[in-house]
Design a protein around this ligand. Structure first.
Ligand code: SF4
Length: 364
């Protein structure tokens, strides 16, 4: 994990001593922890089932554990520390955005999206973000600190508890909220291990997508680790001049290097890559740019998600006109690129990444 607590504002560590977060344990780690207390390995599986299948929120509920063990776990571990500050629910499609706050006063957003094919949760991997993409509200205050794996699990559980009321479950997860997951690589992968454990939430890794702004070492590492998760690369521009003006990270990892890593990823894993392309009015949405994009992606099995940006007041962004969105899409298809226009979720709420948090901060 990079810069675990090294945010620009220098806030407190994510995991204060003496108050370990049980959601931060993989099953293997919990097994070792319990072994040190003289407990057999199946205890860890029992606790995972309580936490993730029965959504227990206290150790006292875990009635198949001895009273002594429950008391010692309760004195050493916490079960979640976030509180819900506010929630917005779209009247159009039921998209629910939660703003959560941790005891060190940091806030992040997590979003539950309801699709025909199931419920998807978008998780934030950092508090704020240091990547500086010009179209994104999450980066306006810089990066404050990393989220731990356990805090990502907590985000997901807020959505799952809401779905429990309707006997539904989270079926897919995207690491696409605030932050750059590959700048918090170890915690992001640990989160994936925890939520995909068959004794817990059992969300298949094939239903998990990690989104990156294009940190090449992370893409290579992910390829070498061979996890069956989906890689989504935020491309947003087909040439270096334009991409660097929208995404400062492009100066460190220009398009040629990024594409080289993407080809490597495909060669090693055999998996198709998703490319995210935020259409910003008058910026990157011309037919010439569609042609350049098609040329760039030629020969790489992939899929392009076109995302018409939401209006971000702080950034004075213009939305691409509907006709132009379709013209861009048709040009890509004509040139053989597999592309879709992403259905806009939660149009009637502050759905753009970081907007709710920014509004909350502005209200002070
Ligand atoms: S788009 Fe993602 S990587 Fe870029 S600034 Fe926003 S949160 Fe960070």
């Amino acid at each position: 994990m990079t810069g675990a607590t090294g945010g620009r504002l220098g806030l407190r560590a994510a995991e204060p001593a003496g108050s370990r977060q049980v959601y931060n344990f993989t099953l293997e780690e919990l097994t070792v922890y319990l072994q040190d207390l003289g407990e057999p390995p199946y205890r860890a599986r029992q606790i995972f089932q309580w936490l993730y299948q029965r959504r227990a929120q206290s150790f006292q509920e875990m009635t198949n554990l001895s009273k002594g063990l429950r008391a010692s776990l309760a004195s050493a571990l916490t079960i979640g520390r976030a509180r819900e500050v506010t929630r917005q629910v779209s009247k159009v499609d039921g998209t629910t955005k939660f703003l959560l706050e941790w005891p060190d006063a940091v806030t992040v957003e997590t979003v539950l999206m309801r699709h025909d094919y199931g419920n998807s949760v978008c998780v934030s991997t950092q508090v704020g973000c240091k990547m500086g993409c010009t179209f994104c509200a999450s980066t306006l205050g810089g990066m404050i600190r990393q989220m731990t794996a356990g805090e990502m699990v907590e985000q997901l559980l807020f959505s799952q508890r809401l779905l429990d009321e309707q006997s539904q479950r989270v079926s897919s997860v995207v690491l696409m909220g605030s932050g750059e997951p590959m700048d918090n690589y170890d915690a992001a992968m640990k989160f994936i291990d925890i939520i995909s454990d068959e004794h817990g939430l059992n969300i298949g890794q094939r239903h998990i997508t990690i989104s990156t702004v294009g940190l090449v070492p992370g893409i290579v590492r992910l390829a070498d680790e061979g996890r069956p998760i989906t890689l989504a690369v935020s491309l947003h521009a087909p040439n270096d001049a334009l991409r660097s003006s929208m995404m400062p990270v492009n100066r460190a990892y220009p398009i040629a290097k990024l594409m080289e890593a993407c080809h490597y990823y495909h060669r090693v894993t055999g998996r198709r890559i998703s490319f995210e392309y935020a259409l910003v009015g008058g910026k990157n949405d011309s037919l010439q740019e569609a042609r350049e994009l098609a040329e760039l992606l030629a020969g790489l099995p992939c899929h392009v998600n076109l995302i018409p940006v939401n209006y971000v007041p702080e950034r004075n962004l213009t939305r691409t006109a509907k006709d132009q969105i379709y013209a861009f899409w048709n040009e890509l298809k004509r040139l053989g690129v597999n592309a879709t226009i992403r259905r806009e979720m939660g149009h009637d709420i502050a759905a753009a990444c970081g907007q709710l948090r920014a509004e909350h901060a502005n209200r002070g």
